[in-house]
Ligand binder design. Structure first.
Ligand code: NAD
Length: 495
């Protein structure tokens, strides 16, 4: 293991102060295992301190007196500072996560757009008035912040997943206790440098580095936290739901997926192959909405597979900062081993491995965690590689003959995050996509995501929606106010 020349020494941020811990953990670049940073492993007590700070800041501090315009200005200021440092953030994200620089750059641009979107939408008129059956009562609704929001995020889009939560949470007027993923803490720290410069009232924004089982668990269980917004695996999400039951805190869960990408014989084959590759190999398959199950109509199946495998084998895997690279590293050794384990299971259960299926070690890649783009065919619906989320560059290609069969196979999963349909028959494409039980879907397209539109899953892919007005609403309570216009005694009881 080598150490990068300028190692960053990260600190947590509690009640307006940078805080260290007794223990630290090394953060490595998965492309070459260089140590790029050390991050503190905070304790349960320090997490409780952060929660207390957020509680006091919400209940007693000046934050509640801020106007929507004040908070809008803060979000725009964050966006501007992020924009000035775009290259720095994108480079650090690439080094920390292993993704391509171009992907990291797009993530930072999306993060900037997200801050600006919530800076705008919080100024829109909201609330409602009601026509109740009493002309002497004016009934109306106002939106208020939920309170202390716990934000727990994964490692695959370290900055972007954080901003999807931080921007609407602050726009709505909550205070936050935020926990980045332990393997990818660097851009979280950098984002908090920006928040620190903006001099928000103490305790409004808190960040606690460390282990999920300690920090995440403490946040999820705490009676002082009013809501938890979590993005991560379905298993951890289930645990958070249980932990949140103590004080019945509000929960929002963005979980895993095993999304179908359906290709009909009347699709433009080149387009369908191209998006089929993009759907799974972007981010080396470590994307929750990846199209990891491609379903192809039988009459074009052989041709699709031939073209797909040829192109998958040509994808150049390497360090994200190398401009020649098409697909980056796997985030950690543990994740790489988990993916390789799934590949072995696929082979053992009888699937045909068409390309890839191994760790790449040549041309200097032995120092990092790289897996060749992997394609399996001859799979059956009961195989582990068809049922479980692998979260790596591994795709299965299944065959179907009728529209009904395509829909049945697409929905034959516990997940319901995303899905795509490729067809030049517009009515059929719409008919099929409407039957796919998933929250994020595309027709003749795969992956693009817009901050304006809601993001989230059906079934075991989650509860609630990120982005758009939906996310703002998740970070708000709805209050009914009834105002009597004729102020006189109710007269129900005798005088
Ligand atoms: P993970 O569930 O292991 O961890 C996510 C976060 O939860 C991390 O910060 C982790 O430290 C924390 N955590 C772990 N144990 C915890 C506990 N007991 N209590 C509270 N918090 C705990 O997920 P990951 O491996 O970081 O990310 C990959 C997963 O995230 C995949 O399943 C992927 O599909 C999912 N994901 C979903 C979306 C979406 O929008 N639906 C987006 C990105 C990633």
């Amino acid at each position: 293991m080598t150490i990068a020349t300028d190692v960053l020494y990260l600190k947590s941020y509690i009640n307006g102060e940078w805080v260290e811990a007794e223990n630290t953990v090394e953060v490595i670049n998965p492309a070459n295992q260089e140590v790029i940073a050390t991050a503190p492993r905070m304790s349960k007590e320090q997490t409780e301190e952060a929660i207390r700070a957020a509680r006091v800041a919400f209940d007693e501090g000046e934050w509640k007196n801020t106007t929507a315009k004040d908070r809008s200005n803060i979000l725009n200021a964050i966006a501007n500072k992020l924009e000035e440092r775009l290259e720095e953030f994108a480079t650090l994200e690439t080094q920390d996560n292993g993704k391509l620089y171009a992907e990291a750059e797009a993530d930072v641009q999306d993060a900037i757009a997200c801050f600006r979107y919530y800076a705008g939408i919080i100024l829109h008129p909201d609330g409602e008035t009601y026509h109740v059956p009493d002309n002497n009562v004016q009934a109306m609704v106002v939106k208020e912040p939920v309170g202390v929001a716990g934000l727990i995020v994964p490692w695959n889009f370290p900055l972007l997943m954080s901003v999807w939560k931080i921007a609407p949470a602050l726009a709505a007027g909550n205070t936050i206790v935020y926990k980045p993923a332990e393997v990818t803490p660097v851009t979280a720290f950098k984002l908090f440098e920006i928040l620190h410069e903006l001099n928000l009232p103490k305790g409004v924004v808190n960040m606690v580095f460390g282990q999920g089982s300690i920090i995440g668990q403490t946040i999820s269980e705490s009676n002082d936290v009013d809501m938890v917004s979590f993005t991560g695996s379905t298993d951890v999400g289930r645990g958070i739901m249980r932990a949140a039951a103590g004080n019945l805190k509000k929960i929002s869960l963005e979980l895993g997926g095993k999304s179908p990408n359906i290709v009909f014989a009347d699709a433009d084959l080149e387009v369908a192959v191209d998006y089929g590759l993009f759907g799974i190999f972007l981010g080396a398959g470590q994307v929750c909405s990846s199209g990891s199950r491609i379903l192809v109509q039988d009459t074009i199946y052989d041709e699709y597979v031939k073209r797909y495998v040829e192109r998958a084998a040509k994808i150049k895997v390497g360090p994200g900062l190398d401009p020649e690279t098409n697909m980056g590293a796997i985030v950690s050794e543990a994740q790489m081993n988990s993916i390789l384990g799934y590949i072995e299971k696929g082979k053992a259960e009888g699937a045909t491995l068409k390309t890839g299926g191994y760790r790449l070690t040549e041309n200097g890649l032995d120092k990092g965690f790289f897996i060749a783009p992997t394609v399996f065919t001859d799979v059956t619906p009961d195989m582990t590689i068809v049922r479980e989320e692998i979260f790596g560059p591994v795709v299965t290609i299944q065959k179907f003959s009728t529209e009904e069969e395509a829909v049945r196979l697409a929905n034959d999963t516990d997940f319901g995050l995303a899905g795509g349909v490729f067809s030049n028959d517009g009515a059929k494409a719409l008919r099929v996509i409407k039957q796919v039980r998933a929250g994020i879907t595309w027709v003749n397209d795969y992956h693009p995501t817009y901050v304006e539109a809601p993001w989230g899953g059906y079934k075991q892919s989650g509860i609630g929606r990120s982005l758009g007005k939906y996310s703002l609403e998740e970070f708000q309570e709805v209050k009914q106010i009834n105002i009597r216009l004729n102020v006189e005694p109710v007269g129900w009881f005798p005088q």
